[in-house]
Design a protein. Sequence first.
Lengths: 437, 292
Amino acid sequence: MLKKFYVAALVCFLSLSIVLTGCSSGQDNKEAPSGTGAAASKGDKPYSGQTIKFLVPTWFEYKPEFFKPFTDKTGITVEQEIMDWQQIHDNFVTASAANSPLADVVELDWSWVGQFGSAGWFEPLNQVIPEDVQKDIGTLNIFKLKDDLVGLPASNDFRVYGIRKDRVGDKPVDTFDHLMKTAKEMKQSGADEYPVSMTLAATEDLSTAYYGLVTAMGGRLFDDQWNLSVLDKNSPAYQALTYLFQLYNDGLIDPKALGLKSDEVGNTFRSGKGSIIIGYSPQGQKDSDDASKSKIVDKAVPILVPGKNGDHVSFGLPEGLGIPKNAEHKEAGIELLKWLMEKDTMETLYNDYGVFPVRNSVITDLFNQKKLRYGDIYAKQLQSMASLFPQGTPLWYSQFSTSVGTILNYGLKNRLSVDQTVQMLKKDFDKIDKSQK
Amino acid sequence: MLKKHNEYRTAYLMIAPLILVMLLFVMIPFVNSVVQSFKSINLTQPNQDHWIGFKNYADLFQDQNILSALLNTSYYTVIAIFFEILLGLLIALMLRRAFRFRFLVLAVLIIPWSLPPLVGGITWGWIFNPQYGILNVLLSRMGIIHEYQLWTLHKEATIGIISLVHVWKNMPFATVVLLSFLQQIPKDLYESSSIDGASRWQSFRYITLPMLAPALAIALTMSTIAAINIFDEVFSINAFGLETRSIMIENYSIAFKDLRLGYGMAVSMVITLISLLFSWSYIRSTYRKEAV
């Protein structure tokens, strides 16, 4: 009997050890913190020998040789981890809430700045990035929260429109009335069954496409007191919604767009369907000119966002990078950010990976070197960029934006009127706790 | 007396590791979640958590999105239970008999269940994709449709598609459970009933079904819990679409997109309670029947 007892006790002890070892794993292999003493002893490569984790979505996946110059310069090795954009969001939230390090440099989308910045999950970068570099980045303010620079833009994503010049020809598309008229003429003539391409799926893409229409029509989503502008029938926000519904209800947009994300709409456009694409980007244009991805090489061109009174207002959707507060190698991560902000690195990123530069001087250089196709259009568009939230991105942005995408999709799918859709938006918006500042 | 005491001690020691693991990874997080569901916790406002009593629970029962998600989930649950149990039982009855390649059929049947849920969801998402989905390609080549269709245009069709994917994934489990119990029913019972002149239907009604009651309770419980927790299938096919959103998608959106953890915990508690109620009622009715 005693033997039985000892065996049971041993099993219990071993199990407990395994559980506790599991709980404490991850604590043992930490490198020594890179304090200033250690830094001083390593000369100009203070963080040499450290390996940092670089967690980014698929479109920021670089070949390992891309980081070689950085490793040669700093002695820091970069380990890329590629994840789906939404998964990065969820994993980062979970890891940060549990104060568990996930990576040293992490994707920070502009739409996450309000939430993650106010949660204090990112290291402020105001002091570590040279001031001249900061001044050279046009979209930097989007990554500021109460004067704290919580991340740096890494890809200058902004929206233009695109047209098939072989189909649209000289027909005007510089105002929204022109766009509607041109699209209707193309449909009536049989030139294109669904002349306008844009995503209408219940995702963030539809929300941002709608915001694009609002800003292009000279409006804002909220007034200064955070009241929903779309409730006013005379507001550009209401007109933008009416316009969107008209495009769909008049059969100018393919109903299948209700189930297609923006990248799928882009693929459809590149396969030869559609003549005017709303929510186009420099990267989209680069893909349209890539024969391995497109059937419309040299047929599609970017154009300025249509507008009113000769305006062509767009807004930026930059994707950025940040250093999590609980990163294990913050200083080495900052070194990587500094290197990514260097002019040469940005030029390589544009030339080899199509990442549109965030520094104005790099855009100018590329344009002068004739390496930036349609650079004149982009440069002109970049001069007319509106801020989506001049008061700063609200903490409840994500909640609001999810509502907008899903409700617009629901309204279009179920053929609701604009007013019915606005009432749904209002109802959802009223539920949001806006006391969060 | 001392011997019995020592035996108990041994038994307790043997189950201690399991209890420890359950405590650490199930009970403590569960109690923590219950406590947090009575608090206002928003991750964007660190260190501002505060006790709000039943407010989260009161709010959620007035939240149209949650009520609509609960209604959608009830559709998924009813459809899933009906088809998983019915088809599972039919297939189990067929597989009970020995035939050539029976084990191969069984192995193939298990594949959907063994796939990670997201893989199955993504695969079906591709099948129904309006741009390049194989269903559109096939129907178009057969001349049944003239242009590619968006299969998720109407709510009823989308709920049907999502339910189909869910049944495809979960039905094998019901089949295997039912089959394992079917194989344990003594053949003598059927032979005796046959001698007594019972028809096939009577044998099934008065022998097979009663003997399968515990298996049906297990299959029903698992099917119900899986349907209440439906997520990947909905997300892969219609993302956050309002008209098909399940309660788990709504919960995910609240907790992980909006970062309202307290409210999200309250929703989780309601989901857990609903699952427990169903499971308890199935098991209770089964054991009551057995007792009778």
